[in-house]
Design a protein around this ligand. Sequence first.
Ligand code: SF4
Length: 145
Amino acid sequence: MDIEKGIRFECQGSGNCCVSRGTYGFVYLSKKDIKKLSDGFKITEQNFVKKYCQKTDGFIHLKELKKNNGNCIFLKDNKCTVYKSRPIQCRTWPFWPENMNTKTWNNDIAKNCPGVGKGKVKTKKEILKQVQIDYENELNIRNKN
Ligand code: SF4
């Protein structure tokens, strides 16, 4: 992984990033995410949280159901059923700050995400923008914003 040269990435719709994989399992939600998703369902934010969310260590994330193997509840037939209003964490994948080191990228991300190496080259500037968006989203989640 050499960010200076850019990285080819185009989502292949594999759904691999939506299945439960240890630390990548939870889809945490910021207030902005909850607003967007509840608007998408045309229900109140309160009802959305009640119906589709869980809390772990005080942080809200999408519910994981055992019968669904712990995969995202919105993943159906390997497709995201809330794609237009999907959370920021899903939009910025795979350009998360914690993924942007050669070891994690090569051993985990590139091996599990078929979008890596496909499509147009994302420039360093484009990648860093996604990393920044994800970083700010994580701060918002930590600060319950
Ligand atoms: S919300 Fe959609 S994109 Fe995000 S993990 Fe769930 S199925 Fe995947």
